[in-house]
Design a binder for this molecule. Structure first.
Ligand SMILES: NC(=O)c1ccc[n+]([C@@H]2O[C@H](COP(=O)([O-])OP(=O)(O)OC[C@H]3O[C@@H](n4cnc5c(N)ncnc54)[C@H](OP(=O)(O)O)[C@@H]3O)[C@@H](O)[C@H]2O)c1
Length: 338
């Protein structure tokens, strides 16, 4: 049975783009939300307030938020939203394990397929619940977070989350519970294989997706991942109108056909970029290991070669990346990914 009354406070650990957007929407809907993030972002929000917008015209504003740079010493959360990047999961899990009572629920809204294992290994007494954010969040101006694409949040069909569904819905964040979150996470990872290509292109997502040659680079990564997943017997949830196996063909198709067939995929704000592109722009290590790296690791386990995804991992970790132009990358990719 869903309710519109939040069962208790929400803590957002890793309040960056996604965490602050989700927590902000919940706070606007009346939830008590504590944000745990970096001092610099807290100062930005203190100076500018938090404005939340979405592509359907939603606009909400919080003049102040409850910001912490470490886990609050007082109180207990009814739900923790874990929103750090994958490389920070182990550290965040250890912090939670030290502070929270056994049995506390931690809902991960991270991309990638390994975070549940990392969370459980580092915080075995807590209950780790897998979630998935299908949309993109960017910061077009200080303190303004914008949801640039659409879709419902997905999470494990954990009994405790039923009490939160009404709350998320009232916050404008429909939450659907599923029994196949591993298949959801792998299907999301498949879509996220466009992130490194988007970052290397230097283009906004929509413009990059409307370029057939860049799309072919993404298709090449997906084909390799699909071969690995097929050999591993890993099923994929259908997150798009077309089944996952048809995505490479769709991406390789002519622009006129792609525009028609992928109308929903193209419902993106003109300026939206992948979060990996933001990381690259900010000089941060991108989440490449959690995406292409996961394909390479599974490929190794099941005996399928993954040179294309391996190329992406090495490209993003190489010191050459910032020096090379998008066109130089495209030439490398076209010859390596063909
Ligand atoms: N952005 C999107 O559009 C989007 C969409 C769907 C899913 N996702 C996924 O959501 C997750 C978060 O992405 P994001 O774009 O929101 O990342 P983000 O903006 O980098 O937010 C994470 C924030 O958490 C901070 N942090 C890391 N460890 C912390 C700790 N122990 N305590 C407090 N703060 C900590 C990070 O600080 P530092 O900067 O110092 O590392 C960063 O400010 C990723 O797995 C991503 O793939 C993102």
């Amino acid at each position: 049975m869903s309710s519109v009354q939040a069962p208790g406070p929400v803590w957002v650990l890793g309040a960056g783009l996604v965490g602050t957007y989700l927590g902000g929407r919940l706070a606007l809907a009346g939830c008590q939300v504590h944000f745990i993030g970096r001092r610099s972002f807290g100062e930005t929000l203190a100076a500018h307030g938090l404005t939340l917008t979405d592509l359907d015209g939603f606009q909400g504003r919080l003049d102040t938020v409850s910001w912490h740079t470490t886990l609050p010493a007082e109180g207990e959360p009814a739900l923790v939203l874990l929103c750090v990047k994958s490389a920070d999961t182990a550290g965040a899990a250890r912090q939670l394990a030290e502070r929270l009572k056994g049995g506390s629920r931690v809902l991960s809204f991270q991309n990638g397929v390994d975070n549940m294992g990392t969370l459980r290994a580092n915080a075995p007494e807590l209950i780790a619940v897998a979630g998935m954010v299908p949309f993109n969040v960017s910061q077009p101006a200080p303190g303004r977070l914008h949801q640039g694409t659409s879709g419902a949040l997905l999470a494990d069909n954990d009994a405790s989350l039923q009490a939160w569904q009404g709350v998320f819905s009232r916050a404008g964040l429909p939450l659907h519970l599923r029994d196949d979150m591993a298949a959801v996470q792998w299907a999301k990872l498949l879509l996220n294989l466009n992130n490194p290509i988007n970052a290397l292109s230097g283009l906004p997502l929509r413009e990059q997706l409307l370029d057939r040659d860049w799309r072919a680079c993404t298709a090449a990564l997906m084909e390799e991942a699909l071969a690995v997943l097929d050999r591993a017997g890993q099923s994929l949830a259908r997150l798009t109108p077309l089944p996952p196996a048809a995505l490479p063909t769709l991406l390789r198709t002519h622009n006129w056909l792609f525009r028609r067939a992928a109308a929903r995929m193209l419902r993106i704000d003109a300026q939206a970029r992948s979060s990996m592109a933001d990381d690259v722009a900010r000089g941060r290590v991108p989440e490449i290991d959690a995406l292409c790296g996961a394909v390479v690791r599974l490929g190794r386990r099941v005996g399928v070669a993954t040179p294309r995804n391996a190329l992406m991992v090495s490209a993003f970790l190489s010191t050459e990346r910032p020096q090379r132009s998008a066109q130089a990358w495209r030439r490398t990719l076209e010859s390596a990914l063909s």
